[in-house]
Design a protein around this ligand. Structure first.
Ligand SMILES: NC(=O)c1ccc[n+]([C@@H]2O[C@H](COP(=O)([O-])OP(=O)(O)OC[C@H]3O[C@@H](n4cnc5c(N)ncnc54)[C@H](OP(=O)(O)O)[C@@H]3O)[C@@H](O)[C@H]2O)c1
Length: 324
């Protein structure tokens, strides 16, 4: 693990800027969290694993010694733990590796965060619920339907067991600035929308609340800033966008946003037998965050998804030509 200069600013009048360690900073959410803290003047240390980047550290979080070394060297004030195996089908097939990351690495990080006095923020998922009785409050009983959901729930429990001052932030399906459209279940619909020559069926049963990673990142920063002042900020919080959509409805919205045909998109109103069960509607009640004024107004879906997908249009000047 090479030493490197953490990015951020130091204001003499204000003292040193607080330091945040973002795990999974090469991933979909971690990239947005990294950027959000950096833009707010924090010193940011980001870790990745297989995708190396010049400004990030490479660290295998399943290696306990590597975690200890990382925290001893950088002594963060805050840790935002985004690294996880979050693809349910992959977790089903490679359960041991996924549990090592989603549960054991989380457990080690939580223990070490408690030792070094860092505020620990663990990112979790609405998949801890079975989706049969929405909306779900922070105190409702989880009942995950698949191994991924169970591993994230275990990660939550390890977090709160070893680091009682920690926060667990549950979020639903995410999209954001992607390196390839297949990186998110939401942006990957772009491929279906573009296959206009062939009819294409899309799920119209499972209700989802696609949420922009930039909004989640802003909530992570607000939670971290408040928790450093107020130790009563601990336990479980929910954050979600408000627009309820099936995959079919998301694809229609994408087609409309880009003035593309949508006649080939067919809603599938019956559940197909799937190898990995997923909740029908795990809508999150986010009132705890809202009551504490720690929430942000979620971006409208159409505007946010347009932001994310326009770099993948054949003419990348699409945005300028259409809007300006
Ligand atoms: N994406 C969603 O729709 C969604 C929905 C709800 C909740 N969440 C939760 O949000 C969090 C962030 O998810 P995401 O979508 O950003 O995931 P992601 O894009 O798949 O990124 C996963 C990150 O974990 C890192 N990682 C994988 N194996 C590692 C290892 N052994 N050691 C260290 N780092 C490792 C990856 O690094 P490399 O790529 O460099 O190997 C990558 O940075 C997760 O906790 C997930 O459960 C995600």
């Amino acid at each position: 693990m090479p030493g490197f200069d953490v990015e951020g600013t130091e204001d003499e009048a204000m003292g040193p800027a607080p330091k945040v360690l973002v795990t999974g900073a090469t991933g979909l959410l971690g990239r947005a969290v990294y950027k959000e803290f950096q833009n707010s003047g924090w010193l940011v240390i980001g870790t990745g694993y297989k995708r190396t980047r010049p400004h990030l550290l490479r660290c295998d979080l399943t290696d306990e010694d590597a975690i200890r070394g990382l925290l001893q060297e950088y002594k963060p004030d805050v840790i935002v733990h985004c690294a996880a195996e979050r693809r349910p089908d992959v977790v089903e097939r490679h359960t041991e590796a996924a549990v090592n990351l989603n549960v054991h690495a989380t457990s080690t990080l939580a223990k070490e965060a408690a030792v070094c006095g860092a505020f620990f923020l663990y990112i979790s998922t609405d998949y801890v619920f079975d989706g049969r009785n929405p909306p779900y409050g922070e105190d409702d009983s989880p009942n995950p339907l698949n191994v991924y959901g169970r591993s994230k729930l275990e990660g939550e429990r390890e977090t709160l067991r070893h680091c009682p001052g920690a926060v667990v932030l549950r979020v639903p399906v995410l999209f954001g600035e992607v390196e390839s459209v297949s990186e998110s279940a939401v942006t990957s619909l772009w491929l279906k929308v573009q296959e206009a020559t062939e009819s294409c069926t899309l799920d119209h049963c499972q209700q989802r609340f696609p949420t922009d990673t930039r909004d989640v990142a802003a909530v992570c920063r607000k939670l971290s800033e408040r928790a450093r002042q107020d130790p009563s900020i601990r336990g479980i919080f929910h954050f979600s966008a408000k627009e309820q959509m099936t995959k079919y409805e998301m694809a229609i919205a994408i087609a409309q946003a880009f003035n593309l045909p949508s006649n080939h998109l067919i809603p599938l109103t019956e559940q197909l037998a799937a190898s990995t069960l997923r909740p029908m509607n795990s809508r999150l009640n986010c009132s705890r965050l809202e009551l504490l004024n720690l929430s942000v107004e979620p971006r409208p879906f159409t505007a946010a998804i347009t932001d994310c997908l326009w770099p993948f249009t054949p003419d990348k000047r699409w945005r300028q030509t259409v809007f300006h």
